[in-house]
Each structure stands twice: as structure tokens, then as C-alpha cells.
Write a protein that binds this ligand. Sequence first.
Ligand SMILES: O=C(O)CCC(=O)C(=O)O
Length: 193
Amino acid sequence: MWSDLAEKPIVAHYRRYHWALLRRFVSPCSLSAYLSDVLNAPSKRVTVGDRVEWWTQHAIGPQSSLGAYLHSSSIFQLASGASGLTLKREPAIWAQVYELGQMISLHRDAGGDIQLLVCLESPDQQSGGAFCMRTEESDIQIQLQAGDALLFKATDILHGTTRLVVGQEDSQPRRVTAVARFFAEQNLSCKRR
Ligand SMILES: O=C(O)CCC(=O)C(=O)O
């Protein structure tokens, strides 16, 4: 599927801007299994700044259907091809659930060389939960829909989300995303010194 990657528009976009949007990346029939993997996984509350920001982080096991998907060779090939790096085969994986009032403000991640963010559930458009990026060129907001994915360099690009609020048709908004974070192999020529 991802052969001749360098010629794909998504890869060209990633190489130029360090992010690329993949609409309808996950098949609708897989979404409910992945979502239930997240909702049944062990979780911990993450709080930043005295409850100004909080969300729930879920540990995803490699044996679950979502874990197997994020560890699959097609995801690995996509990340390798887009980054142009020799990546370690196993990504770090996890998921996060945001509910009413929850968000994550703009930040850069501390590690990783390329990250795939997959949206498994999205609130309606009036309920917030947009993915935000601040690049050198502009501020970008993307309302990810369930099944959409975003490849991005999370250590370079400032990113976060808008807060989930009560929408006209959604009094209990929820947003669920999963992450596969890939690391480059150590540069062997540097290691030898
Ligand atoms: O859930 C999101 O959209 C943001 C996740 C995030 O900040 C990250 O993967 O570093």
C-alpha cells in the first residue's frame, strides 16, 4: 500500500511541513473495536497546572486490536517513509480521552522522531476539541473526525487541543485519540566515536 512512498502527496507534505493529514485513514469497521480497547484499558488522570488542564491517558497493550494495528508493518512503513529515517520497529503507544472541560494546551513533546495521531471518536463541531498547531507559517486548527489521522513531528511543532464545551447537540462531548510515537535508530557513525 505504501510502496513508492516518496511520490505520495502525504509524504511530500510531511517532508515539507513536518505534518500531514490523512482523512479517513482508519476503516469505519475497525473504529468501534479500537475505541472499546481504549475505554477498557487501564487509565490515569493527567493534570497540568492545578486542574486548569486535564485528561485521561490509557495504556494500550500490544496484544489488543488497537495495539496490533499501531504496531503493524503498514504503520511502520508509513512513518519510515514519511520521516525518511531508519526507525526502531516498535513505537511507544498510548491513547487519551478528553471529556467536557478537558484539553491539552500548546506544547512540544519531549521525545520521538515522528508521531501518528489517530482520532477514534470526535465531538460535534460546536463542542471544541480541535487539534491545533502553531507553525512558522501559521496557526492551524483541524477538527479531526473519527478515522482521521495526523502524522507530525511532535518535538518540533507546537500542538494542543481546544477545550471541550457543551455543544448544541452534544451535552457530553468526548474526544478519543491514540498515538504511535516512533524513534530513530541511533546513528551508528556517531556511536563509534
Ligand atoms: O489528543 C490530541 O489531539 C493531542 C495529543 C498530543 O498532544 C500528543 O500526541 O502529543
